[in-house]
Design a protein around this ligand. Structure first.
Ligand code: PEP
Ligand code: MN
Length: 262
């Protein structure tokens, strides 16, 4: 179902009235983690003003250490939905366990993170609903494995899948991950599904987010997902890769110019 052979035309996925794919480009922005009402409200307002089409924020965080901040869970989702109401932006947040699905009823786009890309039982559950799914690439997975994971969701009847390249593990240690820009034209060749790029997790370093975002546009991405925090130095997760609202606004101006060029 994900194969281009049987669907020659690009697919556009509708997320609460906002489309990604089929020529429609969107920027998803917001903090890595939902922390407080003030943080969420402020970041949501600022990214909207800068031109983001969707709002992100993690409530269930897949942290490497069990002692690191794990997210605000249902309390976080509540704050995210308040920000959705205040801004009118559709919201994106990560699911880690199918048993939490009932909490995601008002979430517009459900994210499957890199660590769960091959959690096949979770993918099967997401195949049973009709809500759009943002499927991030496993950090050590091939393009074909990634497409097969999309197939797991689509095989169940949910064809609203958006792919997200977020960097892969290589021998390079100067960056958090290695952004595989070549995945974008390859996915476009193999599949009709929309593909976006997350330059935040792909680099892990603030100054590299903008150049890689622009490179993703040149490579043909249907959108971007960027982490923004009102006080990156105090962020509970991923501060070093988070843009300030001002930096995000600056990036967005260049995004517009780059899109016009292509
Ligand atoms: C995230 O988007 O907050 C996240 C945890 O991303 P990834 O799964 O790509 O690490
Ligand atoms: Mn993050």
């Amino acid at each position: 179902k994900a194969n281009r052979k049987f669907h020659p035309n690009d697919t556009a996925v509708d997320i609460g009235g906002v489309k990604i794919g089929g020529g429609e480009f969107q920027v998803i922005a917001g903090p890595c983690s939902i922390e407080t009402k003030e943080q969420m409200t402020e970041v949501a307002q600022k990214v909207k003003e800068a031109g983001a089409g969707l709002l992100r924020g993690g409530a269930f965080k897949p942290r490497t250490s069990p002692y690191a901040f794990q997210g605000l869970h249902d309390e976080g989702l509540k704050l995210l939905l308040e920000a959705k109401k205040a801004t009118g932006l559709p919201v994106v947040t990560e699911i880690m366990d199918a048993s939490h699905l009932s909490l995601f009823e008002d979430v517009d786009l459900i994210q499957v993170g890199t660590r769960n890309m091959q959690n096949f039982e979770l993918l099967k559950e997401l195949g049973k609903i009709d809500k759009p799914v943002l499927l991030k690439r496993g950090m050590a997975c091939t393009i074909d494995e990634w497409l097969m994971s999309a197939e797991y969701i689509m095989a169940g009847g949910n064809e609203n899948v958006i792919l997200c390249e977020r960097g892969i593990r290589t021998y390079e240690t100067a960056v958090r991950n290695t952004l595989d820009l070549s995945a974008i034209p390859m996915i476009k060749k193999k599949s009709h599904l929309p593909v976006i790029v997350d330059p935040s997790h792909a680099t892990g370093i603030r100054f590299m987010v903008e150049p890689m975002a622009l490179a993703a546009i040149a490579a043909g991405a249907d959108g971007l997902m960027v982490e923004v925090h009102n006080n990156p130095a105090k962020a509970l997760c991923d501060g070093p890769q988070s843009l300030t609202p001002e930096e995000f606004d600056h990036m967005m101006q260049k995004v517009t110019k780059t899109r016009d060029f292509f």
